[in-house]
Design a protein around this ligand. Structure first.
Ligand SMILES: O=c1[nH]c(=O)c2[nH]c(=O)[nH]c2[nH]1
Length: 302
């Protein structure tokens, strides 16, 4: 029997439970460890019928995907966000015939120990960045893209901006000493794609990539945020063999010198107005030479 022609055909589709908030405590005697994740599951595969006719025969309920996240937190623990995402993706693809691909996105919120050394069960939520990862698995090949967002950094000197194009609308004054500040959103893609290769040490990798990124921001004498961006990416590519690609989205958090002359005061790079908008938005990918750029251009969707 041939299927009737349809004027409207189903294209890309995925489904799953988004934003499963899971907190896992591991008790090592009196020393407790905490992992705090927000896990989103998106499954795709042979899902035409549920859309066309409403048959749910191939549909693993999103409620089940939620339960799986919590059950896996108990059964397998959460060694790292990446490892946990890999476990989940492998499970959905290998246990359900109609599911051809799983995408697991995870945000991780970090907690710092507080309290006395004899009581290792109190924590304060760290106000800095959110760690993120996205795991995609199609039954044979992995893609792991990790990163961070909302990491605000500032250099109070060693930043200049001059020598730029000037047309009839240009009013910006050249500067040889300015504040450079940004809220880093970065994603890095691992070269690891195959179960046959040893997987990276995900926790160590995150710590080292973050360190190189921050060191490069702090140590670069900047002639533009674009130059600083490239230095941050290059430092990661040069020091971390497991990473093939880094993408940044860097809002330039402008700090404008306030004119204090009306008050008879000299402003010698001391008092700034921190503008929140509009902001320059500097975005680029830094790639290991010879590799393909695969991280999406728009990081707000990742
Ligand atoms: O680092 C900068 N890059 C720019 O492209 C730019 N444009 C601008 O107005 N200020 C800055 N700063």
């Amino acid at each position: 029997m041939t299927t009737p022609a349809r004027p409207a055909v189903l294209a890309q589709n995925q489904y799953g439970k988004a934003e499963n908030r899971v907190v896992r405590i591991t008790r090592d005697g009196d020393t407790h460890h905490i992992k705090d994740l927000n896990v989103s599951v998106a499954l795709s595969g042979d899902m035409e019928e549920v859309h066309y006719s409403g048959s749910n025969a191939n549909v693993l309920p999103t409620d089940t995907t939620k339960n799986t996240v919590y059950a896996f937190a108990k059964e397998h623990g959460i060694e790292s966000a990446e490892q946990f995402g890999i476990h989940l993706a492998r499970h959905f693809v290998t246990s359900q015939e109609p599911i051809g691909q799983a995408r697991i996105r995870i945000e991780e919120y970090s907690w710092q120990r507080i309290g006395t050394p004899d009581k290792q069960h109190s924590f304060a939520r760290e106000g800095q960045e959110t760690r993120v990862t996205q795991i995609t698995y199609d039954g044979s090949s992995w893609q792991v893209v990790s990163g961070l967002k909302d990491l605000v950094v500032l250099n109070s000197t060693d930043s200049e901006f001059w020598g730029y194009v000037k047309d009839k609308y240009t009013t910006l004054k050249e500067t040889h000493d300015r504040i450079l500040a940004t809220e880093v959103s970065a994603r890095w893609r691992f070269g690891w794609t195959d179960d046959a290769q040893p997987a990276p040490d995900w926790e160590e990798s995150y710590a080292q990539v973050r360190r190189h990124l921050l060191d490069a921001f702090a140590e670069t004498y900047s002639l533009s945020l674009q130059q600083t961006l490239y230095q941050m990416g290059a430092r990661i590519i040069e020091h971390r063999d497991e990473i093939d690609e880094v993408r940044f989205s860097l809002p330039n958090k402008h700090h404008f010198l306030v004119d204090l002359e009306p008050f008879g005061l000299k402003n010698d790079n001391e008092v700034y107005y921190a503008a929140d908008r509009p902001y320059g938005l500097i975005e680029a990918t830094v790639l290991r030479d010879g590799r393909e750029a695969l991280i999406p251009v728009d990081l707000t969707n990742l």
